[in-house]
Design a protein around this ligand. Structure first.
Ligand code: IPE
Ligand code: IPE
Ligand code: MG
Ligand code: MG
Ligand code: MG
Length: 296
């Protein structure tokens, strides 16, 4: 992995993903212009593109081509962006900054932000239906995976409990479950869908599920830690947002040092799941390191 240049990979693949997102999203002059401008404001500005990049890396890990999964990769980013728009609303986290700019409800207004989120949710599934090629039964499995990871058993369910456990007592099982659902599920779906579309074997799927679950939880533990240690300018979103709302987080339950250690442990466990993969999984290996070292 030392020889693998993740930054170059993120730059090159990230550019291709941006171009694909642009193609799949109605142009800014399509009526209602306000809605399409708002969707593009959130979707096209900033963002690390981790989920689409993990989808591509999942595809490559089983010998597939990046181009073969771009619609699925973009659908993941659309769902993720919708989840961020709604997460920032006054009724949820009430944050004013995202991806280095005003949140959508601040740059536009609340009604537009709610509806742009709704529209990105629908656009995600439409993008797969309209553009994702390959074996139809594999595509259908990925649709089901995306729906489950975003829905009541995944992101939305996790967000509900994230809100419920503000200012409330909780233990490790609840905390891990919140993080696995609100963030881990979509990240896991990213890796697995890329691999499924490119013909992963059941053994590869099992290994990548292990990898995805560990990396997914590690990602949110680090997000919790950065809320405490990071600054708003570097993060591109308000630091101390979790403290303000007294959220259920790893640092609140375990302290910072232990939380960072748990994230590193999860990253190691993710790496161990890739032991049967060759160099084709180097992007995934590099991501497992990156996710716990990132400052943003
Ligand atoms: C932020 O996700 C929300 C979480 C689920 C932790 P990212 O850190 O991937 O945000 P962007 O897409 O880079 O803005
Ligand atoms: C986000 O968790 C989970 C989502 C499903 C959007 P956070 O609320 O911690 O994400 P940030 O810190 O606002 O990006
Ligand atoms: Mg939140
Ligand atoms: Mg938030
Ligand atoms: Mg956070």
């Amino acid at each position: 992995v030392a020889s693998f240049d993740l930054q170059a990979y993120q730059l090159e693949r990230g550019k291709q993903i941006m171009q694909a997102l642009d193609r799949y999203t109605p142009s800014a002059d399509t009526p209602p212009v306000l809605l399409h401008q708002a969707m593009r404001y959130s979707l096209m500005g900033g963002g690390k593109r981790i989920r689409p990049l993990l989808c591509v890396a999942g595809a490559e890990s089983v010998g597939g081509e990046a181009e073969a999964v771009f619609p699925m990769a973009c659908a993941l980013e659309m769902i993720h962006t919708f989840s961020l728009i709604h997460d920032d609303l006054p009724a949820i986290d009430n944050d004013d900054m995202r991806r280095g700019r005003a949140t959508l409800h601040k740059a536009y207004d609340e009604s537009t932000a709610i509806l742009a989120g709704d529209a990105l949710h629908a656009l995600a599934f439409g993008t797969i239906a309209d553009h994702q090629t390959g074996d139809p039964s594999r595509v259908l499995r990925c649709v089901a995976l995306l729906a489950e990871s975003a829905g009541t058993l995944g992101m939305v369910g996790g967000q509900v409990d994230d809100i419920y456990y503000e200012r409330r007592e909780y233990g490790y099982d609840i905390l891990r479950s919140i993080h696995a659902r609100k963030t881990g599920a979509l990240i896991n779906a990213a890796i697995l869908s890329g691999a499924i579309l490119c013909g992963a074997t059941p053994e590869q799927e099992a290994a990548l599920t292990h990898y995805g679950n560990e990396v997914g939880v590690a990602f949110q533990i680090v997000d919790d830690c950065l809320d405490v240690t990071g600054d708003t300018a570097t993060l591109g979103k308000p630091a101390k947002s979790d403290l303000k709302l007294d959220k259920a987080t790893y640092p609140k339950l375990f302290g910072l040092e232990k939380s960072e250690q748990m994230a590193r442990q999860a990253s190691k466990s993710a790496l161990s799941a890739l032991s049967d993969f060759g160099p084709s999984a180097d992007p995934l290996r590099a991501f497992a390191h990156y996710i716990v070292e990132r400052q943003t």
